[in-house]
Design a protein around this ligand. Sequence first.
Ligand SMILES: C[S@@+](CC[C@H](N)C(=O)[O-])C[C@H]1O[C@@H](n2cnc3c(N)ncnc32)[C@H](O)[C@@H]1O
Length: 278
Amino acid sequence: MSLDIASPRRSSEAAPQPDYTRFCQGIKSLTGIDLGQYRPAQMERRLRTFAERNGCRDLDAYLLTLKADKVALDGFLDRMTINVSELFRNPERFQELEKNILPDLLQQHPRGLKVWSAGCSYGAEVYSLLILARELAPRATHEFHAYDLDERVLARAREGVFAPSDMRNVSPERRTRWFTEEQGPGGPQWRAKDELRRGIQFKRFDLLKDRFPTGFDLIACRNVVIYFNDDAKDVLYRRFLDALVPGGVLFVGSTERINGSEAMGWEKAGTFFYGRPG
Ligand SMILES: C[S@@+](CC[C@H](N)C(=O)[O-])C[C@H]1O[C@@H](n2cnc3c(N)ncnc32)[C@H](O)[C@@H]1O
């Protein structure tokens, strides 16, 4: 079920070169990933840089390379999705979650929360959310789902291993309570305890293509839709609204806002939080 957006390109976006359009079609039949729904100027620039680094003069030549070479295709998929994340990214937003949003949700659902990290990357976001839920309601049974397009980051997320740079917003108490420090190949690293890892269901999922799950109290979709074009964003935000229970909350990234949120049916629930009316 792809988004199938047929509306014309917004006037602010320059028309892509024909080899970019052919490249998108080729990648779609090769991998099922629809690059046409990412912001074209940004994506085209990145792809031309990858092509050049791979010694290809244009995107037609790059597509031929990717069709012939599985290693090059894996490398392309790795770089196409930007996986930057960290635990408690934008800590002031996680404080708002801890002080306001989660206590409200737990009052509505004292037996436990159903939460979705959509575009979870290597798991830093969903582990942070689960830590808060477990601290605020240790006896409740929470259901946590974390989905991403990229299998490689999902494999890392299941391991729950974090570099010191991921940990800078994690207090010493939380480090001790929820992680174990160990020696990794590149130096010290932090492994999430089994009780956290067992609490999250990770899955490969394409937000632009797959059928959305439903019934969530909280959805975090942060720093993912920034790569999508405006039409794809509109469709996704409508689908997130349907995926929440009444009274549920969507948590977006700290540079993101939903255009026309009220007309779409959202109400403001906080800074970078949108609610489905109860
Ligand atoms: C910058 S990371 C955001 C990680 C986390 N949400 C955060 O804010 O720290 C963006 C993630 O979105 C994922 N992504 C990109 N396109 C996607 C799609 N169509 N469906 C699902 N995930 C996608 C990428 O693989 C990447 O892991």
